[in-house]
Design a protein around this ligand. Structure first.
Ligand code: FAS
Ligand code: PHB
Length: 395
């Protein structure tokens, strides 16, 4: 079968791959997206929930923010709970910007719909993806399509948007990458429940029983998380125990108990900080989780993926328009500035809010001092706020 030829081969149809494909299309650059899973799987997978202001701006400017504008929840800030008290941080008052709650799968749905409506190539359920010649000017992606046909996709630029467990990063010779990694001695047990959120805004709780997070997807759908030991078996957590523990950790003076409802989805997410440098090898450019992972405490994961591909789309456009590869050559360094800012912020929020097993009294006092400081000093609160709402691109 003759090779498919395009300008950019995109492996992975998560937020990184789909936003990249759309941004390239707006710039008149052709791409082909290869995705291992089915459309149905992608559109129901519950993951990130909070969009930074720059992410919302980018999606709206790119013409894929219409349903987001209509259906998302716009929040002024977040709450931190500790010392049995609720402390609200008003990001709008502190930074002039707000945050948006809109499930990652909703963003994915909107982008898939836009891609298919434009009749642009997006192959689901591909298998055996293998990169060839990434160190040459004519790299290729070999794969088996959804009908089991072996295909070759030839493109001068390959975008590895296939997530942490993808195949692109591992195809870079080990000696050419530096890995920075930190594992955490806890994980998050997350549930999606058909129950009205009991809090107005996203609420993080630091308690002597451990961390909890009360978020939401809609006015009828709550999204809640509990800190648990790493690889905690789900069967140790029947519904009743989940709700009791969430209530115990989130309770503060005068707070209402959570509304209980059927749990529609549950899972344990490992906590990890991870970055590879550089985010590029030859004509392969890594973006999103394929290149970096943050613990979800700072709600940065999906937002970083979008920020990476905003840089990559501009660099690719310059390359095909003028043959000038300067922006492509600067892609990794430019992305890593924002990546490391988000890595630090996510590590900092995680360290401040979680009760690490074996943490001694000194560490616990430091945590409480930090929590009291960020909720009493305008300077400290502004620092948290500007990182949470999202620093401007390129800062
Ligand atoms: P993704 O992993 O989203 O997308 C990669 C895509 O590539 C997938 O669709 C995958 O099927 C595909 N793929 C993989 N291998 C392939 C192959 N060989 N061939 C073709 N396709 C292939 N972030 C937050 O901010 N808040 C959260 O609460 C949060 N919760 C999370 C919960 C879980 C369980 C996980 C795993 C992640 C969570 N994240 C969260 C982080 C998450 O949102 C990521 O940051 C975001 O999905 C990154 O987007 P992508 O880089 O596109 O990677
Ligand atoms: C979510 O709503 O899924 C969510 C919110 C805030 C986080 C992580 C996840 O820090």
């Amino acid at each position: 079968v003759a090779p498919i030829r395009t300008q950019v081969a995109i492996v992975g149809a998560g937020p990184a791959g789909l936003v990249l494909a759309h941004l390239l299309h707006l710039r008149g650059i052709e791409s082909v997206v290869l995705e291992a899973r089915s459309r149905g799987y992608l559109e129901q997978r519950v993951r990130a929930g909070v969009l930074e202001a720059p992410t919302v701006q980018l999606l709206c400017d790119a013409g894929v923010g219409e349903r987001l504008q209509r259906e998302s929840l716009r929040h002024r800030g977040i709450s931190l709970r500790f010392d049995r008290t609720d402390h609200h941080l008003d990001f709008v008052a502190l930074t002039g910007r707000s945050i948006t709650v809109y499930g990652q799968q909703e963003v994915v749905k909107d982008l898939i719909a836009a891609r298919l409506a434009a009749g642009l190539p997006l192959h689901f359920e591909v298998a055996d993806v293998r990169l060839r010649g990434i160190e040459t000017d004519e790299p290729e992606v070999a794969f088996t399509d959804g009908d089991g046909v072996h295909r070759i996709l030839a493109a001068p630029v390959i975008a590895g948007c296939d997530g942490f467990h993808g195949v692109c990063r591992p195809q870079i010779p080990a000696g050419r990458l530096t890995v920075f990694e930190r594992d955490y001695p806890f994980a998050w047990l997350g549930i999606l429940a058909k129950a009205a959120p009991a809090q107005e805004e996203v609420t993080y709780a630091h308690s002597d029983r451990g961390f909890a997070l009360a978020s939401m997807r809609t006015a009828e759908m709550a999204r809640l998380y509990l800190q648990v030991p790493p690889d905690e078996p789900l069967e140790d957590w029947p519904d009743g125990r989940i709700w009791d523990e969430l209530n115990a950790r989130l309770a503060v003076e005068g707070s209402a108990p959570l509304n209980v409802g059927p749990i529609l989805e549950r899972g344990v997410t490992t906590m990890r900080s991870f970055v590879v440098e550089p985010m590029r090898h030859g004509q392969l450019f890594l973006a999103g989780d394929a290149a970096h992972i943050v613990p979800p405490t700072g709600a940065k994961g999906m937002n970083l993926a979008v920020a990476d591909v905003a840089v990559l789309a501009e660099a690719v456009e310059r390359f095909f328009a003028t043959g000038d590869s300067a922006l492509l050559d600067g892609y990794s360094v430019r992305c890593l500035r924002r990546v490391w800012r988000a890595e630090h912020f996510s590590w900092w929020m995680t360290s401040m809010l979680h009760l690490a097993p074996g943490a001694d009294a000194f560490e616990r006092r430091l945590q409480l001092s930090q929590l009291r400081y960020v909720t009493s000093s305008e300077a400290a609160a502004t620092s948290l706020a500007e990182n949470y709402v999202g620093l401007p691109y390129g800062s």
